[in-house]
Design a protein around this ligand. Sequence first.
Ligand SMILES: [Ca+2]
Ligand SMILES: [Ca+2]
Length: 103
Amino acid sequence: MFCFRDSPKGIPSTCQRKTGVPVPVTEAQLKAIFKQCDTNRDGRLSKQELKNFFASLGSHLPGWRAGRVLRHADGNADGYVSEDEMDGLVKYALRCGYTRIVK
Ligand SMILES: [Ca+2]
Ligand SMILES: [Ca+2]
């Protein structure tokens, strides 16, 4: 299970690892976090941006996970998760059991 944590890349610190109580992240929180992953501000998430995101979570296989998420959320198969498709991404993340830790 992954959780959001402090990152030097500007992703908000929504949890700290190994301390506190895990609580589910809300849809709105996830959406805000994914929007921050859009580092080039083109309004959609590329595989590289998703990969950077998962790398920042400490994922061991950020490229693999980004590919999975992209295949799941990229409804029109253009290789990007657009703003519309981000809802699917958020729901996918919720199903994966993303949590944040609160003290
Ligand atoms: Ca982008
Ligand atoms: Ca797409």
